[in-house]
Design a protein around this ligand. Structure first.
Ligand code: GDP
Length: 440
């Protein structure tokens, strides 16, 4: 995940500050030199780093901070506020059309993750109750249309295509089709090139002029660091973009692009992508990102991610079954599959305060969950709801079916029975408490 080096360096600089108790101006300046170096090493744009440090220094050497009881903490607070401001302050939402359809034009260089993120965005809108449609506008690579269709299928979102004709005609066709079929958001997957060239820009400009999209979102690859920032600047100067989607943050250990895009282009990062799966897209919240960089975790995003992946009806059904102590292996399997959808466990856990650093060298084997799922899937439906009926010969069959050992099957059944016992006790405790409350 991004910002590893930066987070470590900042945390060292602040630790030194904290050890000092009362601060002098030179202590702050020394710490700020370290911050500046850390930012440059994270591949933050030179001028951005310089301005950032100047701002933090100016605010930190004031008497309010220096004379406070916790000066080092005050400096960290200022860094947090300025990092947040640097990345744009507030989360910037998608600008929806007052009258549908909202048209979102995705653009970017080839390989930046444009097609993947068009589909991720469509999936997000769908989960929010919209009826998005993807529109294939890359008319140069037939494979691009196929790829969009594959991604659209994964997202469960229709893909509109008319082959390799003028993209403006395709979009007009999509608008008519969308109107008839109730699609309120059209996401245009435009052509990408390996480099910015005039022909590409002219095509995008023509689409912009003829279609007047509500959003022009530039997709840039965070792993390319300052190149990503330069690409954003060039696209914005030539075309005028409304926001950026920063992709591949899972593979970017430095984070320079995330910190510099807004300051250099003046355009907000609206979403970040950290993974190849359809669900790996998050709205970009500068304050939360700053929190992550400063090792304070990002619990809010974790909760939102959980909420967006969990089916409310299913959750309610599960809660009821827990209350009635009817939980079985089917429920367990369902839960595990939901958690797996949220991405690698390590990534999930690193959203908790202080965990990112601790987890860095720890290997969490996501396959353990898959193994448990395989065992459950090898049981019959009846066995899943009533594990008591599983006899030794069935245990052997289940082990063979899932490629596991009989001990593994035994362990799982035992753990499950223990969990059930605990739930039974909790359930009883709950009832007792209620009674006591009613009859004091
Ligand atoms: P396009 O040429 O801009 O449309 O890029 P694609 O959407 O085809 O993506 C290029 C490659 O990057 C594909 O292999 C994607 O699976 C991968 N990719 C896209 N987004 C992400 C991401 O956020 N994280 C990672 N790790 N890979 C990504």
């Amino acid at each position: 995940m991004a910002f590893e080096g930066l987070a470590d360096k900042l945390s060292e600089a602040f630790k030194r500050l904290r050890s000092k108790g009362k601060l002098t101006e030179s202590d702050v300046k020394q710490a700020m030199r370290e911050v500046r170096l850390a930012l440059l090493e994270a591949d933050v744009n030179y001028k951005v780093a310089k301005d950032f440090v100047a701002k933090v220094t100016e605010r930190s050497v004031g008497s309010e901070v220096m004379e406070s009881l916790t000066p080092a903490q005050q400096v960290v607070k200022i860094v947090d506020e300025e990092l947040t401001a640097l990345m744009g302050g507030e989360n910037t939402r998608i600008d929806m059309a007052s009258k549908p359809p909202t048209i979102i034009m995705m653009c970017g260089l080839q390989g930046s993750g444009k097609t993947t993120h068009a589909a991720k965005l469509a999936s997000l809108f769908k989960r929010q109750g919209h009826r998005p449609m993807l529109v294939a506008c890359d008319i140069y690579r037939p494979a691009a249309i196929t790829q969009l269709q594959v991604m659209g299928e994964k997202a469960g979102v229709p893909v509109f295509e008319m082959g390799q004709i003028d993209p403006v005609k395709i979009i007009k066709g999509a608008m008519r089709f969308g109107k008839d079929h109730g699609n309120d958001i059209l996401i245009l997957d435009t052509a990408g090139r390996l480099h910015i060239d005039e022909e590409l820009m002219n095509e995008l400009k023509r689409i912009k002029a003829d279609v007047e999209p509500n959003e022009i979102l530039l997709v840039v690859d965070a792993m390319t660091g300052q190149d990503a920032v330069n690409v954003a600047k060039a696209f914005d100067d030539a075309l005028g973009i409304t926001g950026v989607i920063l992709t591949k943050l899972d593979g970017d250990t430095r984070g320079g692009a995330a910190l510099s895009v807004r300051a250099v282009t003046g355009k907000p990062i609206k979403f970040i992508g950290a993974g190849e799966k359809i669900g790996d897209l998050e709205p970009f919240h500068p304050a939360r990102m700053s929190s992550r960089i400063l090792g304070m975790g990002d619990v809010l995003s974790l909760i939102e991610k959980a909420e967006s992946q969990m089916d409310e009806k299913q959750a309610r059904k599960l809660a009821k079954r827990m209350q009635e102590n009817k939980l079985d292996f089917n429920d367990m399997l369902e839960q595990m599959l939901q958690v797996r959808k949220m991405g690698p466990l390590k990534q999930l856990l690193s959203s908790l305060p202080g965990m990112e650093k601790q987890l860095r060298d720890v290997d969490i084997d996501d396959r353990q969950m898959d193994r448990v799922a395989a065992i459950i899937q090898s049981m019959t439906m009846e066995e899943r709801s009533n594990p008591d009926i599983i006899n030794p010969s069935r245990k052997r069959r289940i082990a063979a079916g899932s490629g596991m050992k009989v001990e593994d099957v035994n362990r799982l059944i035992k753990q499950f029975e223990q969990a059930r016992k605990v739930m039974k006790q909790v359930g009883r405790g709950g009832k007792g408490k209620r009674r006591r409350m009613n009859f004091p």
